[in-house]
Design a protein around this ligand. Structure first.
Ligand code: GLN
Length: 485
């Protein structure tokens, strides 16, 4: 039994806990054993917390006192860029190696109130910049399905932890795909909520107009459980949406019109196994009664270019605070300027420095109009494309489907020398962040590589605040994915 506990979904564990069949202590002990046992191999966690069992005991006490809540006593993993008061939070960067969070992120406060147990903080690309977790200052995380391959990124540690049963669920952050792409590579569910759905307070900012916290889980139902706990207005985040967006009556739709932007989804560079799996998945969804319709998104092919201008611009601004004075380990130089140069030169890794330089460049007075300003205009066109596609009064669709990633998990080292190759891997995920719409990646089968089955995922996109439609589509895909694996 002890081993099997780690394989429970959140919903199953919650039921067993409510029925008194298991305690959170037992469950947490099993998950801790699994995490400790595998972490040497996988490096999913940067730290496994020593107070998880104490939290589990607290949750058990709350349950004994009559409390019932879906996350009470459930062991979760937290990405290392989300603050937990009193715990180290490094964003997998040397510059924050010894930083201890002074407050809880709002998402963490909510999880604590819900009684969740934190197993540890997970590895990631430094400051969430990357798609493979190879940019961590503390070593690469390995894909549990094939340890010679990357888990995806930037939330690779969270994805690997959930896939390898080192947590029942996890939090990640997604600026351009960092939840959905690793979820796809590791064979788990990953949700990037609508921009403004979950508070960003206490999430280390990468690109503020694109960042969202979201869950990793093994099932769509579990993603929904976590999302419902995490969402909601927060006065500490001025971009957080008012609660009224959730209360207008959503029509329970079971059969969806699913749009497929074919030119985009089957474009150049998309692996043929990915295309085949995608087509089969759509056929299976059609058999379930959904309607699959080809659509066009006129400006979608510009998404990557737009993203890789806006994201570094915002990141370069956000990362200015790591100067050794306000934040970050100071390295003293001969002058004040030298302090900054030494601190940032030693503290930031190559990819972070590359993006800060790119960002400073596109924002500089001579180039602002040509790059940053132009990119914001094209971003508006991409948003408009989605609006039109989702306009049901004009023959639009309920949701859109694409592969999550153009390839299955690649080899460690395969793309790390060529940043452009790495950026191309984000082709399907960045549009949702640019438009602020929600996206989910759901496992859709596998592709064989070197005799191993590597997970593939389908991404669904919905209009703002229509996560409910993603859950409908996701559950439907889950019910058929086994059949087309
Ligand atoms: N892979 C993308 C990037 O490198 C996405 C990162 C993210 O979502 N945090 O920017």
């Amino acid at each position: 039994m002890a081993n099997d506990l780690t394989k429970l979904t959140i919903a199953e564990a919650s039921e067993l806990l409510n029925d008194g069949e298991i305690s959170s202590r037992e469950l947490t002990e099993a998950v801790l054993a699994s995490a400790t046992h595998q972490n040497g191999d996988l490096n999913a966690y940067l730290e496994i917390f020593d107070d998880a069992l104490a939290s589990a005991d607290e949750a058990d006490a709350r349950r004994r006192a009559g409390e019932r809540a879906p996350l009470l006593g459930i062991p979760l993993a937290i990405k290392d860029n989300i603050l937990i008061e009193g715990k180290r939070a490094t964003s997998a960067s040397k510059i924050l190696e010894n930083y201890i969070a002074t407050y809880d992120a709002t998402a963490i406060q909510k999880l604590k109130a819900a009684g969740a147990v934190f197993i540890g903080r997970t590895n990631m690309d430094e400051f969430a910049m990357g798609g493979s977790t190879e940019n961590s200052a503390f070593g690469t995380t390995k894909n549990p399905h094939d340890t010679t391959r990357v888990p995806g990124g930037s939330s690779g540690g969270s994805a690997a932890a959930v896939a390898a049963h080192m947590a029942l669920g996890a939090l990640g952050s997604d600026t351009g795909g960092s939840i959905r792409q690793p979820a796809s590579f590791c064979g788990v569910v990953g949700l990037k909520p609508t921009y403004g759905a979950i508070s960003r307070s206490g999430l280390m900012a990468m690109a503020s107009s694109l960042d969202q916290i979201g869950p990793f889980t093994r099932t769509v139902a579990d993603a929904e459980i976590l999302f419902n706990v995490l969402k909601g207005n927060d006065p500490l985040d001025s971009t957080s949406a008012p609660d009224s967006v959730w209360s207008d009556k959503k029509i329970e739709k079971k059969k969806l019109r699913i749009g497929v932007p074919e030119d985009f989804a089957f474009g150049k560079g998309v692996d043929k196994d990915v295309v085949e799996n995608f087509k089969k998945s759509m056929e299976a969804l059609a058999q379930e009664g959904h309607e699959i319709v080809p659509i066009k998104l006129a400006h979608i092919t510009h998404s990557l270019a737009v993203y890789y201008i806006l994201m570094p611009a915002e990141a370069s601004t956000n990362l200015a605070r790591f100067d050794g004075v306000r934040f970050g380990a100071l390295k003293e130089g001969a002058t004040l300027f030298d302090d900054y140069a030494q601190t940032r030169g030693a503290g930031f890794g190559r990819e972070v420095r590359r993006r800060i330089m790119l960002g400073a460049y596109v924002l500089s007075s001579g180039y602002y109009d040509a790059y940053y300003h132009k990119a914001t205009s094209v971003r508006a066109l991409i948003e408009e494309d989605f609006k039109q596609a989702f306009d049901l009064s004009a023959d639009g669709v309920d949701i859109i489907a694409t592969p999550t990633s153009p390839t299955p998990a690649f080899k460690i080292g395969e793309k790390s020398a060529d940043p452009l190759q790495m950026y191309l891997a984000d082709i399907f995920t960045v549009p949702a962040n640019l438009a602020g719409i929600p996206g989910i990646s759901v496992p859709s089968g596998t592709a064989q590589r070197d005799g191993r089955d590597l997970p593939l995922g389908i991404q669904f996109l919905a209009p703002h605040f229509r996560e409910d439609l993603l859950f409908v589509a996701g559950r439907s895909l889950e019910s058929v994915a086994g059949r087309n694996a």
